[in-house]
Design a protein around this ligand. Sequence first.
Ligand code: HEM
Ligand SMILES: *[C@@H]1O[C@H](CO)[C@@H](O)[C@H](O)[C@H]1NC(C)=O
Ligand SMILES: *[C@@H]1O[C@H](CO)[C@@H](O)[C@H](O)[C@H]1NC(C)=O
Ligand SMILES: *[C@@H]1O[C@H](CO)[C@@H](O)[C@H](O)[C@H]1NC(C)=O
Length: 333
Amino acid sequence: MAKSMTFLIVTTLLALALAPLCFSHKTDGGYLYPHYYERSCPKALEIVKSVVAKAVAKEARMAASLIRVHFHDCFVKGCDGSILLDNSSTIISEKGSNPNRNSARGFNVVDDIKTALEKECPHTVSCADILAIAARDSSVLTGGPSWEVLLGRRDSRSASLSGSNNNIPAPNNTFPTILTKFKLKGLDIVDLVTLSGSHTIGKSRCTSFRQRLYNQSGNGQPDFTLDQSYARQLRKGCPQSGGDQNLFPLDFVTPTKFDNNYFKNLLASKGLLNSDQVLVTKSERSMELVKKYAENTELFFQQFPKSMIKMGNITPLTGSKGEIRKNCRKVNS
Ligand code: HEM
Ligand SMILES: *[C@@H]1O[C@H](CO)[C@@H](O)[C@H](O)[C@H]1NC(C)=O
Ligand SMILES: *[C@@H]1O[C@H](CO)[C@@H](O)[C@H](O)[C@H]1NC(C)=O
Ligand SMILES: *[C@@H]1O[C@H](CO)[C@@H](O)[C@H](O)[C@H]1NC(C)=O
């Protein structure tokens, strides 16, 4: 009697102790999958695509801006929509960080997508997932590859200004620093070269590459790894002082087409940012990959989805962590 009682108590306690493990495995599995909204919001993908398509038709650059926002979201506390939060009494917005200030954009389009989704299926699709889907759609709309987006991310209730300043590579970071920042997020040199291929579309401000034009290493000399006739041309629109916000295509050959011209430009010493050009000047392995992509669009288009999915998998909030924001700009009250 006493023995079976003890057995009962022990097994009950054991079951109670293990229960959270079982449940957490179900609810906090931590993995994402493509059909996450199939039942709860079957039209989600269609809705995102239609709003993105409208925005890109109005302004081609928006495709680039949306891909970049997903990147800047994922590198800070994972893909959790933290970049979308505005300043408030509890939030110091990542929008004010060095990489984002005066250059991250597309937030109104994200609002439009969220509004359309809230109308169709309230409180269901996360802002973090919206960014992942919009990035894929932006690739497709500009002629790039498509892929099945993994879904089920939830939204953070906080932002990290310091994370945004420190984790996202700067255009004048050295190659080892950039690679280290990718490795800290579980991405490798192949992901670095492949994802940098996003610079086949979109624009950069003068302030992000001026150093290369006038005073690359503090000796009053330009960056000689930059084609000097291209540099001369750039100096016309990017003076030594002033004109910080003047815009230049990252790929001057086909600025709104997602193709492999970015890699061809690098081989011609016509990468716009220092962080672009170092991919061929500072690492043999990286340079080999740039060559392959410049020769073979297919190869680039095969790897790009893989690296985007890998980036999209950076520490998402799943299960009961975080929340589904009603407004991407603020946490739910
Ligand atoms: C490897 C390190 C990277 C550095 C240092 C870097 C830096 C930059 C800079 C400085 C700009 C221009 C910002 C401005 O001056 O307004 C830019 C634009 C852009 N970046 Fe990157 N980037 C990197 C990687 C990536 C990755 C991984 C992606 C996407 C997966 C990406 C996507 C873009 C896009 C699409 C634009 C154009 C945005 C627009 O036109 O609104 N970049 N990047
Ligand atoms: C948020 O507020 C801080 C000061 O509290 C300010 O420095 C920063 O520029 C603001 N960010 C934005 C994006 O307005
Ligand atoms: C990189 O650019 C930043 C911002 O313009 C500047 O403060 C910093 O000195 C530069 N770093 C190097 C190593 O040139
Ligand atoms: C170049 O940069 C160095 C170090 O930042 C500075 O001392 C020097 O005055 C600059 N030269 C020119 C021509 O701007």
